[in-house]
Design a protein around this ligand. Structure first.
Ligand code: MGD
Ligand code: MGD
Ligand code: SF4
Ligand code: MO
Length: 721
């Protein structure tokens, strides 16, 4: 005991920064970056460094809670809570069938990686297909576009080899998406090495400041911008004819479909400078190697799937996929071994293979089950109605349409959530299972690699992995558990034989249902079949780059006759609709709602988490940022309170000036506010932007994800209190 410094990993966001943790007799004192992992260069952000304060925060939830008839909460022993939940679950399944039980997994699964396989195993044992994740309210456009275009088996080109990196609707400097390790340092290096950044963002973001070309469009015009880039690249003779002939079909149809998107039309419609659009196209047409990346700014616009599909097409037109002999972008370490070839994989179906929803004609897609449909699956009576939900997410702050989400969650027969505080989601639950956090949970760097299989903005560019023990016990007297144990113990009580394995295996290994495993045992099962044996990874407590794991792209299989599709019928029909539509009607702005609200992320907060230490991190609120000219036009000064209204609802927010924003745009982060059962002070708790969204507003036909950005709003000054 006494002072001790040990390597670990911050999991307060998906960047998974390697850290050194100073403890004193079981108490976390300090967190600093671990300079021994060169990829990260010692980087941490303020959230990671604030973790000690989270561990023993006075408002931390140290006992599970049960909702009482009057809506108040009383502590309950976790095992008593689990026994009561098991007793309630049986009759619910008997009455409503297996489908009446659903699981919902969000961002807390980044820290508690054992939740996903064990929650899923319990649902399977019950016989329920109703497993939802936040992925369909995030960037479902990416797997969907890959399904429709077909994917490249060799994957994308490595950043350090690129002449051009384009990012549309993403801000890696803050979000770490696409540059998960010390993004500032990596972007600086990239630009110094001669790579030209092209950024498409209505805001001159922290990333756009480093751009060779910054296109600053009106929000919600990404499909127009990329159609314009394709138009120009074709006109400039930029098509890699040999690559396209060997690997794709549909060039003629795509060329025809982008014909209306002339530079002057795109410039006037999307509000970008025509010369900048031409400059971006020229960089792309002349580059030898490039990558086109999309983020949440683009995915939230309601047409993210189309825009991403078109960026994939542009990638193919230029032949910008990893070539034979290239090093794979993210070589597997904890994932099963890979042997990628320089060849296409044919498109895959978007529908027709999974569970059908009873609402909006939605069903399971390559992006997973449509999370936005879950709320209506709860509210809509009839066979298959969902009556019990296990929630490992902060849905009350992060699901669209707070009011309908609240109505649905409160109407359930049973809502069980995990939490580290009495968050707005905890405050609508029947049972809140108090959970461990931070360095109380063992580390396995599997999640970063798992994400890379779904989204190329995540992954380790070097074959790095870490498996590290928990460093501290929960505070004395606390009755908290690692979240997966709820599902294991319920399985035990209900007499199920649960299993757990690699997400990539058909079937997991059976769990010992008599002697409760440790979290590290679950991690061992998750890593089953890993490219580098877990035993070897465990020999390096500070994490390690396994040079032997680097994979290079193999030549094309001579028998491969798969082709990428440049002319998916539904995508080109959508593009024709874009070309033919009434622009003003589509945009939805006018006298009543003159501004467009867009999402943005802030450095010191991850979605709805870490509000506990808000004071230290100085994120009391989520300001509505506007160009100073907009503030003046609305009679507002920075720091004033204003009402923001959309067609779906209204919030009060603190306004701030941001010169880097396009006039006409209001940018605000999500993940704030209190539950609708409490009175929130916008200066203290921030405001829930999901009061301004609706679950069925302009939703994607495959993922069900509604429009969560480019939302028409109005702004009205509020009299000072
Ligand atoms: N309007 C709008 N809505 C959005 C978005 C947007 O841009 N705009 N973004 C969407 C996106 S991309 C995402 S990924 C989602 C994220 O939404 P969620 O998946 O809900 O993620 P978080 O808000 O990070 O979840 C944090 C919550 O979980 C609680 N929690 C529960 N269990 C645990 C635990 O075991 N450990 C910890 N540390 N906390 C726990 C925390 O107290 C906190 O309340 O939001 C989505 N919603
Ligand atoms: N610090 C911090 N890091 C995070 C998170 C966090 O909450 N805080 N959340 C994590 C999560 S869950 C995710 S999914 C990732 C997301 O990672 P990113 O997608 O990189 O998220 P943002 O940083 O919000 O960047 C979105 C950008 O899109 C721009 N934008 C808004 N509307 C439009 C539009 O219509 N078109 C275009 N082209 N751009 C637009 C915004 O101005 C903003 O700069 O970040 C992760 N990392
Ligand atoms: S919260 Fe900060 S320190 Fe922690 S992993 Fe994310 S970027 Fe790294
Ligand atoms: Mo996300």
């Amino acid at each position: 005991m006494g002072i001790d410094i040990q390597p670990s990993t911050c999991r307060a966001c998906s960047a998974y920064c390697p850290v050194l943790v100073t403890t004193d007799t079981g108490k976390v004192l300090q967190v600093t970056g671990n300079p021994e992992v060169p990829m990260y260069g010692g980087f941490t952000c303020p959230k990671g460094r604030a973790l000690p304060a989270l561990h023993d925060h006075p408002e931390r939830l140290l006992t599970s809670m049960k909702r009482q008839a009057d809506g108040s909460y009383t502590p309950i022993a976790t095992d008593v809570a689990i026994a009561e939940i098991a007793e309630k679950l049986g009759p619910i399944v008997e009455r409503g069938g297996p489908r009446s039980v659903a699981g919902f997994l969000g961002n807390p699964g980044v820290e508690q990686i054992a939740t996903a396989p064990v929650m899923l195993s319990l649902l399977r044992a019950i016989g329920s297909p109703m497993f939802f994740t936040m992925a369909t309210l995030d960037q479902p456009n990416i797997p969907l576009a890959d399904a429709m275009h077909g994917a490249w088996d060799g994957g994308r080109m490595r950043p350090e080899t690129l002449d051009v990196f384009l990012i549309a609707g993403g801000n890696p400097v803050i979000s770490k998406q696409y540059f998960g390790q010390n993004p500032g340092m990596r972007l600086k290096k990239l630009v110094r090495s001669g790579c030209k950044l092209i950024v498409v963002d209505p805001r001159r973001s922290e990333t756009a400041r480093r751009a060779a070309v910054h296109l600053q469009p009106i929000p919600g015009q990404d499909e127009v911008v990329v159609a314009g880039l394709i138009h120009l690249v074709i006109a400039m003779g930029g098509v890699d004819a040999e690559f396209v002939a060997g690997n794709a079909t549909g060039l003629a149809e795509l060329s025809e479909a982008v014909r209306p998107f002339t530079p002057d039309y795109v410039a006037s419609r999307a509000g970008v400078v025509e010369d900048d659009l031409r400059a971006a196209a020229k960089l792309i047409a002349e580059a030898k190697r490039a990558n086109f990346a999309t983020g949440t700014g683009l995915s939230m616009t309601g047409r993210g799937t189309l825009a991403t599909y078109l960026y994939n097409c542009l990638q193919t037109l230029r032949g910008f996929w990893a070539r034979e002999g290239d090093e794979m972008l993210y070589s597997p370490v904890l994932l099963p071994p890979a042997a990628p070839c320089a060849q296409p994989c044919a498109p895959t179906p978007t529908t027709g293979f999974g569970e059908k929803m009873r609402v909006r004609g939605l069903e399971q897609s390559p992006a997973g089950m449509p999370a936005a449909a879950l709320i209506d699956e709860i509210l809509m009576p009839g066979e298959g109605q969902v009556r019990a939900v296990f929630m490992h997410a902060g849905a009350m702050r992060t699901m669209p349409e707070e009011a309908r989400t609240h109505e649905a969650l409160r109407s359930l027969d049973l809502l069980v959530t995990h939490d580290i505080e009495m968050s707005p989601t905890a405050r609508v639950s029947d049972y809140v299972i108090a959970s461990t956090l931070g360095f109380e949970i063992p580390v396995l760097s599997f999640l970063v690699e798992l994400n890379s299989s779904l989204h190329k903005g995540y992954g380790y560019p070097d074959p790095y992995a870490a498996a590290q023990p928990a460093l501290v016990e929960p505070p004395a007297g606390a009755d908290v558990i690692d979240a997966w144990r709820l599902y294991y113990r319920l399985g035990q009580k209900l007499g199920f034989a649960l299993e757990c394995g690699s997400m990539f295996a058909e079937k997991g290994a059976p769990l010992d249902m008599d002697n409760e495993p440790d979290t590290e045992d679950i991690h061992d099962l998750i890593a089953a079949g890993s490219a580098v044996p877990l035993e070897r990874i465990k020999q390096y407590p500070a994490g390690h780059v396994f040079e032997e794991a680097r994979v290079h792209i193999a030549p094309r299989d001579p028998d491969c006759d798969d082709k990428l599709d440049l002319a998916n019928a539904e995508m080109l029909a959508d593009l024709a609709e874009v070309a033919g539509e009434d622009i003003a009607v589509r945009r939805g702005t006018g006298e009543q709602y003159p501004l467009l609200m867009i999402p943005k992320r802030m450095q010191n907060v991850t979605n709805g988490t870490m509000r506990l230490d808000a004071k230290r991190l100085r994120v009391m609120t989520n300001p509505a940022f506007l160009h100073p000219s907009e503030l003046a036009a609305h009679g507002l000064a920075p720091g004033d309170l204003a009402q923001v209204r959309s067609r779906h609802g209204v919030i009060e927010a603190v306004v701030e000036a941001d010169e880097d924003l396009r006039p006409g745009v209001l940018a605000i982060a999500h993940g704030f506010g209190l539950s609708p059962e409490e009175q929130a002070d916008p200066r203290k708790h921030g405001s829930n932007v999901n009061r301004l969204t609706a679950l069925d507003d302009d939703y994607d036909r495959y993922s069900g994800m509604p429009r969560m950005g480019a939302i028409p709003v109005s702004l009205t000054a509020l009299p000072a209190a």
